[in-house]
Design a protein around this ligand. Structure first.
Ligand code: ATP
Ligand code: MG
Ligand code: MG
Length: 353
């Protein structure tokens, strides 16, 4: 059996490996800083847990392999400029935007996009890093070192943030998980909840949008689409050509999780129409220490990434899945976590049916 190599050895790689185990697939995440000579065989397959990477000994070996799935798609989506151009070409709605060039000024930004404008670095941003707010009232100019390296986006006064995770096979077959409602605080995902009856009317629209994109890119594997919901409309915020944090709940709440569906897709195995088990929620563990007392909470599943705990750093997540909504409320009440968690847990409690 051939090996599935993963470019990157963070938590997503670890969870892909975990998902490959029952399938008998040898999934090998590779640290991009590794200087090992990889025993890559011609029939092996390569995927990635990140959309962009520096050229290193490890990434050079992987990126020159013939079976690197979606290789040409990564640079196109990793750069926010080309990602937005793709979305515009496909007439998929996004926040109004323009590329920040040498001659761009805050005045023109406010004239075209309004009072609040969000600059986003074209590359490398995650968890809200690489963002810069221009507020007309504060008279802030565009920093010189952002010119040529950023896009400017209109601030969207959204009702809420949702995302959809889809999977596409080699033959173009697609499947989707239900829309997920997400809470970001300071640009970082704190909590997700899915499925929600009230989001069902948007499911077809979201699936059609993501399908159009995956088809256009002839994409194979799992892709996530983050959206702003504004009334009955969806504006695409960003795309991730990989398994995604807002799909982590599928580990507890779906018969086949996003990680397994990605492994199946890239290795050419049949995709699963995942059955949704019950109500799920996910809480990201951000900058908090591991506490095994959490395991006393019923219906809680812990994923600890074994990373050094630092403020603002994702170090694990908690999944919950139950048909008993009272149990889920009890679980939320039992979780003792520092600020801003009370806000996030309260948000989950409010959004539970
Ligand atoms: P991720 O960790 O999801 O990859 P990121 O750093 O790539 O995050 P975005 O997803 O673009 O950044 O933005 C992070 C969050 O910032 C969004 O989820 C949203 O809460 C807020 N945000 C982004 N763009 C806008 C916008 N145009 N208007 C209002 N809020 C926005
Ligand atoms: Mg992002
Ligand atoms: Mg995002």
């Amino acid at each position: 059996m051939s090996v599935l190599w993963v470019l990157g050895a963070g938590q997503l790689g670890a969870m892909l490996k975990q998902a490959g185990t029952p399938l008998g697939i040898d999934v090998r995440p590779v640290d991009i800083e590794s200087t090992d000579t990889l025993a890559l065989q011609p029939t092996d397959i390569v995927t990635a847990e990140r959309e962009e990477w520096p050229e290193t000994v490890a990434t050079k070996q992987l990126a020159t392999h013939n079976n690197f799935v979606n290789l040409s798609t990564f640079p196109q989506l990793a750069d926010r400029l080309t990602q937005k151009q793709w979305l515009d070409r496909l007439e998929l709605a996004t926040a109004p935007w323009f590329p920040v060039e040498a001659d761009s000024t805050a005045t023109t930004a406010h004239k075209t996009l309004g009072e609040r404008v969000l600059l986003k670095r074209r590359r490398g941003g995650y968890d809200g890093k690489g963002q810069y707010w221009l507020k007309q009232s504060e008279n802030i100019d565009i920093p010189e070192d952002w010119k040529g390296y950023a896009i400017a986006e209109q601030a969207i006064n959204f009702d809420e943030e949702v995302s959809i995770v889809g999977v596409r096979g080699r033959d173009g077959e697609t499947h989707f998980y239900p829309l997920t409602l997400n809470l970001h605080i300071n640009g970082i995902l704190y909590a997700s909840i899915s499925p929600l009856e009230r989001l069902k009317p948007l499911q077809n629209k979201a699936e059609a949008m993501l399908s159009k994109l995956m088809d256009a890119l002839d994409y194979v594997g799992v892709m996530a689409m983050e959206c702003f919901r504004v009334g009955d409309d969806l504006l695409i915020n960003e795309l991730a050509p990989r398994v995604h944090n807002s799909g982590h709940w599928t580990q507890a709440g779906a018969s086949v999780c996003q990680f397994e569906n990605h492994v199946r897709a890239v290795t050419g195995l049949p995709l699963a129409v995942a059955e949704i088990k019950n109500q799920s929620m996910m809480v990201n563990l951000i900058g908090v220490d591991l506490d095994y007392q959490w395991l006393n909470i019923q219906d809680l599943e812990l994923y600890w990434y074994k990373k050094e705990v630092r403020p603002g750093r994702k170090v694990g997540h908690l999944n919950f899945c139950s048909g008993n909504l009272e149990l889920l409320q009890t679980a939320l009440a039992a979780l003792k976590l520092p600020a801003p968690y009370p806000e996030a847990l309260d948000w989950l409690a409010q959004n539970l049916p």
